[in-house]
Structures are given as structure tokens and as C-alpha cells.
Design a protein around this ligand. Structure first.
Ligand code: F0G
Length: 458
């Protein structure tokens, strides 16, 4: 039996639970409109007895065609995401070879014990963000279903990753970005990789609404690559597998991640739900999702208004009322962490499910906190883009509140590379705004040897 016969899509609403084949391209349940999951009939699949099984693949070189799947930090866990037809379908560029780093200097700043704070550097992916984990999976599905044109709305990283994979897979890539909303590092990638780049006069929420309208009409022949595409999230589960692998398969106490469209945290929840079901992991880490305060829908609904997954019967009326109020006040998300400048996160229900399964917490952090913690990551570890540092700022807050104890092991996900947004960094150090605590201005010196030596010794 081909392995993908044991995979199917299913509506996440327990009252609906409609099922669809993996050969279909759907962005929502056709019966009730809820999000879809990729599900597996694990009994029909070869599942490793324990997670150590995956380790031997880590050392595979990426030069030979037959080693490509093992080389990928996503596909070397392919038994845990077996929706593809055969390995020839897999579209990979060697993504997911990222690392978990102990950050003892940074831990000391927060009063944490050595070895307790770890940073998962997802900016080390080929396009510089965690999105490559998901794109490799969605492009594999796009190839399975014979897609020609792939598209997304993006705050920047999704578009960079899509453009890179589209070039690799020889598909037409189209990206919708909010005009003036994305950092130059990200825009430059979409342009360089040859994607058709549409700068829509609006923000991310507007772009996503439009691209979903476009993708809904089959006449447009668009395969949608945003995280409403459940295949994306299959690949993003691998971030959790790599953290476990780097920790000798011991779960940390906490995983902290920035929240934008809420795809990543949803994928983390699914990863642990499945590992638990398969008996491959004992301890489930707690999850903390951190919003920017200028884009705080999840925190507002979860922490302040008590919205919960409630076994799938979450209060969708509360969500609708919140969105109606945003519309009424012409609210637009606004944060220096442009990657997470999103006020209508499409994966909200899946995020609620993940928070429920992983006994989660949600917080929001200010732009100032984001920028100061970004600078701290750079000074005491190595850098990341502003949105990524929301996770570290969130950790600081949860430590202050004593929700996280100094003895607990915490992994912060650094979702994007420092060089994605050099403007934010330079602005922090030499901008006109309030002086950052770690601001490090260049010193102006005459072209004169004495003056140079004097300046070096100051
Ligand atoms: N961090 C970075 C660097 C991101 O680019 C994003 C999302 C997130 C965090 C949030 O992840 O959406 O799964 O909750 N960027 C998307 C984009 C929206 O278009 O690049 P999420």
C-alpha cells in the first residue's frame, strides 16, 4: 500500500470531523468552513519504536540524490509526516539543519541557572527563517497535486521562503505583501528569487483576505502557501523534533514562541499530540505564545477574555465580536516586529487547541521590550530579527511573574535571522529615537593615526 493511503485530511471541529483525501487541495472544511488537519492511520504505517531511530540520519551528506531526505532537518523525521506518495515527490533544499544553543550569558541576565535557557536558531534555515520547514512540506504536496502557480500573503518571511522554493521547484511564485510593510532583507529575497511581487495597498490582514479570495476560485489556478494550508504545519512540527533530538529526547519544561498568524504554535501542539498518541514522548512541555502589544489578538482573547479551546467548542462568537470591534474602530495592527503585525490570525482555533494540550500561557510585550531583548540576544548569544525576540521578552516577563521558575528548562524559538531586518538594528543603535540600553554608536574619527589610537583606547 502506498503510504499516503494512510494519510487523510480532517476538519478540526469535533462536531463535523469531515474527511478528505490528501490528493485534494483545500484550505478549509467544505462542510463547515473550519480549519483542516493532516491525519494518519498510524496502525497502517511503519512507526519507529523510539525516537533514537532518527539519529543515524543526522550525519547524512546532502550531495547524493538518495540522501536528500535524510539530509533535510525536516524529512529525516518523515515517518512522522508521511503524507507524500514517494520520496521522489519531496521538494527540499536542505532546510531544517538548525541548532539548539545553550545561552548561559543571556540566562545570567535573567537570573536563570546555567544550562536552563536554550535558543532554537531557526534563522539558520536557507531562506533565513523557520518558514522553510513548512514550505518544503507544502511544496511537496503542491508537486503531488500538480500545482503550477503558488502564492501567499506575507509579512516577509513566508514570501522569501515561497520565492526560494518556487524557483527550486520551477513553479510560478506570486507573493502579496502590504505596501511599505516588510523589511528590506525579506523584500530583496522575494525579488531576487524571481517571484511576482504584488505590493497591495493595505496590511497583512488585507493581503491574506485577498489571496484567499483569489485561491478560492479554481479558475485562478492558485495553490495557496499560507499556514491555513495544513501541509505547511506538517513540516513545522519538525522544529519540535529537532529540539527533542538535541536534548537527547528529553522534553524541556517550556517552549516559547512569537505568535503572528499562529501557525507555528499550532504545529508545535500537533507535534506533541501525535508523539504522545504514539507513545514516543512522556513529558509534554508547556507552551507560551508571545504577541506584540500592537498585534495582540491572541493575548486579548485568551488571557483577558478567557477564550479556550473547550474540546473544540470554543466561543467563536467572542472572536467575531472582537473582529467586529476592530473593524468598527478601524484598528490596524502596528508593531516594530513587522513579521507578527497581524490582527486576524487564521490559525486561532488550532492555537487554542495547542495551548490547551500544552497547558499554555499567552503574553504580549511592547515594542520597546522587543527591541531591548533583540539587542540582548545579539549581545549575549547571537542575533535574531525583532519578532523572534518577542519570545525572549516573553520569557523575561514570565520569569518576573514567577510563572516560570529559574530552575525550569526553557527553549525560546528564534524564528528569523538577524540580517532579515538590519534597519531595525541600526535604528536601535544610531537612530534618533530614545537611546537603547545596549546602544552601540559608531565613533567618528579623523583620518589621523593619533586620533585613531586615542579613539581606540577610550
Ligand atoms: N517570527 C517570524 C520571524 C515570522 O516571520 C513570523 C510569521 C512569526 C514569527 C509568526 O509565526 O505566523 O506561525 O505565528 N511570519 C509570517 C510571514 C506571517 O508572512 O512571513 P506564525
Amino acid at each position: 500500500m502506498p503510504i499516503h493511503d494512510a494519510a487523510y485530511q480532517q476538519c478540526i471541529s469535533p462536531v463535523c470531523s469531515a474527511m478528505y483525501g490528501v490528493d485534494q487541495t483545500l484550505m478549509a472544511c467544505q462542510k463547515c468552513g473550519a480549519l483542516l488537519d493532516i491525519k494518519y492511520d498510524w496502525k497502517k504505517l511503519p512507526i519507529p519504536k523510539n525516537l533514537n531511530f532518527f539519529e543515524h540520519r543526522w550525519s547524512t551528506k546532502g550531495t547524493e540524490a538518495e540522501g536528500r531526505a535524510d539530509f533535510s532537518g525536516v524529512w529525516r523525521f518523515r515517518e512522522l509526516m508521511p503524507f507524500y506518495r514517494d520520496e521522489a515527490d519531496i521538494v527540499t533544499i536542505g532546510e531544517g539543519r538548525t541548532m539548539l544553543q545553550k545561552a548561559d550569558l543571556l540566562a545570567r541576565q535573567f537570573g536563570m541557572k546555567p544550562g536552563k535557557l536554550l535558543l532554537q536558531y531557526e534563522g539558520l534555515n536557507p531562506s533565513g527563517s523557520f518558514k522553510d520547514n513548512g514550505m518544503t512540506a507544502a511544496f511537496t504536496h503542491a508537486r503531488m497535486v500538480g500545482a503550477h502557480k503558488v502564492a501567499c500573503a506575507s509579512t516577509g518571511n513566508t514570501s522569501a521562503s515561497l520565492a526560494m522554493f518556487a524557483a527550486l521547484a520551477e513553479l510560478r511564485g506570486i507573493v502579496f505583501i502590504g505596501s511599505g510593510k516588510i523589511s528590506f532583507g525579506k523584500l530583496s529575497q522575494a525579488l531576487d528569487y524571481g517571484a511576482l511581487t504584488l505590493q497591495i495597498h493595505g496590511d497583512f490582514d488585507d493581503c491574506l483576505r485577498r489571496i484567499r479570495e483569489v485561491a478560492l476560485n479554481p479558475k485562478n489556478g492558485i495553490y495557496l502557501m499560507n499556514s491555513v494550508n495544513p501541509f505547511r504545519l506538517e513540516g513545522q512540527k519538525s522544529i519540535m523534533y529537532r529540539i527533542l533530538e538535541a536534548s537527547d529526547w528529553e522534553s524541556p519544561d517550556w517552549v516559547i514562541v512569537p505568535g503572528g498568524n499562529l501557525g507555528n504554535c499550532s504545529a508545535f501542539g500537533k507535534a506533541f499530540m501525535e508523539l504522545k498518541e504514539l507513545g514516543l514522548v512522556r513529558k509534554i512541555p508547556r507552551l507560551a505564545v508571545i504577541n506584540a502589544s500592537g498585534a495582540n489578538t491572541l493575548d486579548e482573547l485568551y488571557s483577558r477574555r478567557g477564550l479556550r479551546w473547550n474540546d473544540g467548542n470554543y466561543d467563536s462568537g467572542l472572536v467575531q465580536r472582537h473582529y467586529a470591534a476592530l473593524d468598527e474602530s478601524h484598528y490596524k495592527a502596528h508593531t516594530v516586529a513587522s513579521a507578527i503585525e497581524i490582527s486576524r490570525p487564521v490559525n486561532l482555533p488550532k492555537a487554542l487547541r495547542a495551548l490547551s494540550f500544552m497547558n499554555g500561557q499567552v503574553r504580549q510585550v511592547s515594542d520597546e521590550q522587543i527591541l531591548e531583548h533583540r539587542a540582548m540576544v545579539a549581545r549575549f548569544g547571537f542575533g535574531c530579527e525583532p519578532a523572534s525576540a518577542a519570545s525572549v521578552a516573553g520569557l523575561h516577563k514570565l520569569l518576573d511573574e514567577k510563572v516560570i521558575g529559574p530552575d525550569e528548562t526553557v527553549v525560546c524559538i528564534l524564528t528569523g535571522h538577524e540580517l532579515k531586518d538590519p534597519n531595525a538594528t541600526v535604528q536601535y543603535h544610531i537612530g534618533d529615537g530614545p537611546k537603547g540600553k545596549l546602544s552601540n554608536r559608531p565613533v567618528q574619527v579623523e583620518d589621523d593615526l593619533d586620533a585613531i589610537i586615542k579613539a581606540m583606547n577610550q
